[in-house]
Design a protein around this ligand. Structure first.
Ligand SMILES: [Zn+2]
Ligand SMILES: [Zn+2]
Length: 194
């Protein structure tokens, strides 16, 4: 039957949030924090590699952000989002908004989808494409409250404070700076895709 798109076409790397590729030094650290023994906290759940110091990351200290970002990149799922191409719709959307507009959009999105005590569909509320904020959220582990609990040390079941939301907004913007370094401050005209 006629199809508009080849739906069977697979992406080169089918990554999920619990994937690992330990042989290539890309692991999976994200785990249910309540079931973790202090001894296993920060170890890859598949191979046991100890590459991150979770307590250092959970201080949420922007002056130590390079350590946090380097640690996130040791996890396959995050690494994927630090490196895949940003899709064209997301690139155009970011240019239409500019950095200022993206900061506002990130604030709104984070508050609405991860900021409440019990977000709806937690773990599935962050799409994969269409907006660079989604890429940033997966890359910096503020995609859902499970990832936030493990990586950033904020327990599930409580609303995020203004300071915590600001921290995640800063992470999203630092990601955008790294991935789109030439994005202008103000939005600009970008024609619609044909
Ligand atoms: Zn591993
Ligand atoms: Zn998540």
């Amino acid at each position: 039957m006629w199809q508009k798109k080849n739906l069977k076409k697979l992406t080169p790397l089918e990554v999920t949030c619990s994937s690992s590729d330990c042989d290539n030094n890309l692991h999976c650290f994200t785990q249910n924090i309540k079931k973790l023994t202090p001894d296993d906290d920060g170890k890859c759940k598949y191979c046991g590699a100890e590459l991150i110091d979770p307590n250092r990351i959970r201080r949420r200290d922007l002056s130590d952000i390079q350590y946090t970002f380097d640690s996130l990149k040791h996890e396959l799922w995050r690494h994927h989002y630090w490196h895949i191409d940003i899709d064209i719709r997301a690139v155009n959307h970011a240019h239409r908004k500019g950095k200022k507009g993206m900061r506002e959009a990130a604030e709104h999105r984070l508050e609405k989808y991860i900021g409440t005590a019990n977000p709806l569909y937690d773990g599935r509320q962050t799409p994969k494409t269409g907006n660079i904020i989604y890429y940033a959220q997966h890359a910096t582990a503020c995609c859902c409250r499970k990832c936030i609990e493990f990586w950033h040390g904020i327990p599930m079941g409580q609303a995020l404070t203004k300071d915590q939301l600001k921290y995640f907004t800063d992470l999203v913007m630092l990601y955008i700076d790294e991935r789109m370094p030439t994005l202008p401050e103000d939005g600009e005209y970008v024609p619609n895709l044909q």
